[in-house]
Design a protein around this ligand. Structure first.
Ligand SMILES: *[C@@H]1O[C@H](CO)[C@@H](O)[C@H](O)[C@H]1NC(C)=O
Ligand SMILES: *[C@@H]1O[C@H](CO)[C@@H](O)[C@H](O)[C@H]1NC(C)=O
Ligand SMILES: *[C@@H]1O[C@H](CO)[C@@H](O)[C@H](O)[C@H]1NC(C)=O
Ligand SMILES: *[C@@H]1O[C@H](CO)[C@@H](O)[C@H](O)[C@H]1NC(C)=O
Ligand SMILES: *[C@@H]1O[C@H](CO)[C@@H](O)[C@H](O)[C@H]1NC(C)=O
Length: 226
């Protein structure tokens, strides 16, 4: 009797694997960052800034993905120099026999990097990085289904809640013609060695600039670092 009630307690405590599929749209934290038309406008390489930082991944049943990321990175030697990165990419994914997922971009991804302390404090560049999700799992938790993704190096990404079982994505094809240099990196989001796209600085908009300034002025800076 005691044993069986203990066992059922343990069963309740352990999260249940919800499904064997990561299809859908997922978003971390407060859910402010979501893939689809509310985040990136590839046609004019612009972004709509979410209220808070976060990541969002979408996957279709037929092999397409989209990623939206908004994050800050701190500089240990210059604590006041916070780099803000808005990053968007989409393409095709392939689930691997070893449980990993390879994300191959279409080549039309882009990112905006803002660092008030850098010589070029704000620019937009092409971004085309093949990424490896080394492992993943979906758990049924009290708040709903949650997706856990692990980076190429095994480090966990922020857990993401299911926003929509039907993926919310921009059209799953190349959405702009790419000119100029393309930023790539082996594994993960590029915030360094970023090359300025010709004319990129002119894409600086008053709204995104003041948005960053507002967020940086906030007291909860450290808490919002991802
Ligand atoms: C880019 O296009 C979108 C959608 O048409 C528009 O809302 C936005 O104002 C444009 N942004 C810039 C910087 O041109
Ligand atoms: C941090 O700031 C210093 C001084 O501005 C700069 O030289 C260095 O490249 C920065 N590091 C990162 C990781 O951004
Ligand atoms: C799993 O497969 C991917 C793609 O082939 C590969 O890059 C990765 O290194 C493999 N991971 C392990 C742990 O073997
Ligand atoms: C983007 O990366 C993919 C995969 O490596 C590659 O096939 C494609 O040519 C790249 N596109 C651009 C514009 O660099
Ligand atoms: C890319 O350029 C070609 C040739 O000018 C054009 O036909 C096509 O519509 C463009 N694609 C996009 C997504 O703008």
């Amino acid at each position: 009797m005691l044993f069986s009630s203990l066992a059922s307690l343990l069963l309740l405590a352990a999260p249940a694997l919800a499904q064997d599929s990561f299809v859908g749209t997922w978003s971390s934290g407060s859910g402010a960052v979501v893939t689809g038309s509310g985040f990136a406008n590839p046609a004019n390489m612009s972004f709509t800034y979410p209220k808070t930082t976060g990541i969002s991944y979408s996957f279709t049943t037929d092999g397409f993905y989209e990623i939206a990321r908004y994050r800050f990175t701190a500089n240990a030697t210059e604590p006041n120099c916070i780099t803000g990165v808005m990053n968007w990419a989409h393409g095709t994914y392939a689930a691997q026999p070893n449980g990993s997922i390879v994300l191959t971009p279409f080549g039309d991804g882009f990112q905006q990097i803002q660092n008030p302390c850098a010589a070029v404090s704000n620019f937009i560049e092409n971004y085309n990085d093949t990424e490896l999700v080394s492992a993943w799992a979906v758990y049924q938790e009290t708040t709903g289904q949650r997706l856990y993704l692990y980076s190429y190096d095994g480090s966990p990404l922020a857990p993401q809640n299911l926003v929509s079982a039907t993926p919310n994505m921009l059209p799953t094809q190349r959405l702009r013609n790419v000119t100029g240099t393309v930023s790539t990196s082996s594994g993960g989001l590029t915030t360094e060695n970023a090359l300025v796209v010709s004319g990129g600085e002119q894409r600086w908009t008053a709204s995104s600039a003041s948005m960053l300034a507002t967020v940086l002025a906030g007291a909860g800076m450290a808490a919002s670092l991802l």
